[in-house]
Design a protein around this ligand. Structure first.
Ligand code: HEC
Ligand code: HEC
Ligand code: HEC
Ligand code: HEC
Ligand code: HEC
Length: 166
């Protein structure tokens, strides 16, 4: 019994001490406490409802306030957060969400091509978003991580695939 408790405690302590990999970043401060767990996990909204991939497919885009107000003109309208959202919507101001995943402009990346790859989903590069109350960068999007998957899937790792010739 004691041995079991000790083992449990010891395992918990060891688990707590394993440092996060370097690519994991703390969650940035956001202007509103938006929860993916609530909106996707529980309300079952699809990623594409709020993150359609338009045009050439480079960006997964962020939702406009009108999208939020389709529910929040009635839902939780007494919440100070929802009132802030409604005020921005009324003024035609975008919510200034802090970026979570970004790569430099000199790198080519296309969402549409990647989500069409067999076995690749949003979760491959962004983790279990629908379980997250708050998003932080928890998946590696470094050059080495891009190249690892390219190698594994037989895609090119030619420098010019991802970088423009200077
Ligand atoms: C109701 C709308 C809504 C739905 C549905 C939704 N999201 Fe989001 N998503 C947002 C908002 C708002 C933000 C900005 C705030 C934040 O980062 O939490 C965001 C941010 C993100 C980001 C970080 C963007 C960045 O700047 O780096 C990722 C990645 C993401 N969502 C993935 C997903 C995935 C995957 C799904 C489906 C499982 C999903 N989202 C469903 C509204 C939504
Ligand atoms: C399909 C309807 C729907 C859409 C679309 C929607 N929400 Fe929500 N939202 C809800 C529901 C339901 C809750 C939970 C209410 C509760 O806790 O009782 C909620 C809760 C919230 C809360 C927490 C409010 C509080 O103070 O407890 C915030 C903030 C929020 N939503 C922001 C957003 C933003 C920003 C968007 C657009 C990106 C959005 N919502 C889109 C239905 C929606
Ligand atoms: C192969 C990896 C990969 C997959 C799969 C992927 N993303 Fe991304 N995502 C990224 C990278 C890399 C960035 C940063 C892009 C940039 O800075 O231009 C990003 C950025 C984002 C952003 C911020 C806005 C933008 O487009 O730059 C959102 C929102 C997002 N992803 C949502 C999604 C959703 C939703 C899915 C599934 C439909 C998805 N992602 C699938 C790698 C991926
Ligand atoms: C989960 C696996 C995976 C990850 C992670 C991944 N890729 Fe890819 N990528 C692929 C595959 C597979 C292809 C080939 C797709 C095809 O030919 O249909 C591809 C194709 C590409 C292409 C050529 C198509 C185009 O968009 O012009 C570029 C550029 C690219 N990836 C950039 C990146 C960058 C940058 C990253 C990291 C931020 C990345 N990829 C991460 C699997 C991945
Ligand atoms: C599959 C996509 C991909 C390929 C192929 C690729 N890169 Fe990159 N590269 C990236 C990404 C993504 C970044 C940005 C990394 C970051 O900011 O963490 C980057 C960053 C860089 C940087 C800047 C590094 C820094 O620390 O500032 C250099 C230099 C570079 N790449 C050179 C190359 C060379 C040389 C090749 C060919 C051998 C190559 N890349 C192939 C995706 C790629």
């Amino acid at each position: 019994m004691f041995a079991r408790v000790f083992l449990l405690v010891a395992t918990a302590v060891i688990a707590a001490q394993v440092p996060s990999p370097k690519y994991v970043r703390p969650a940035p401060e956001q202007p509103l406490p938006f929860s993916h767990k609530k909106h996707t996990g529980e309300l079952k909204l699809a990623c594409a409802d709020c993150h359609p991939i338009p045009g050439n497919g480079d960006f997964a885009t962020l939702p406009a306030t009108a999208q939020c107000m389709s529910c929040h003109t009635t839902i939780k309208k007494d919440s100070p957060h929802v009132q802030k959202l409604a005020a921005w919507h009324g003024e035609g101001v975008k919510v200034r969400w802090a970026p979570v995943y970004r790569i430099p402009d000199y790198v080519f990346f296309n969402h549409r091509i990647h989500v069409a790859v067999n076995g690749v989903t949003c979760e491959t590069c962004h983790g279990p978003v629908a379980e997250r109350e708050v998003l932080r960068r928890e998946k590696d999007i470094s050059m080495a991580a891009c190249m690892d998957c390219h190698r594994a899937k037989g895609a090119s790792n030619d420098c010019l695939l991802c970088h423009e010739q200077r």
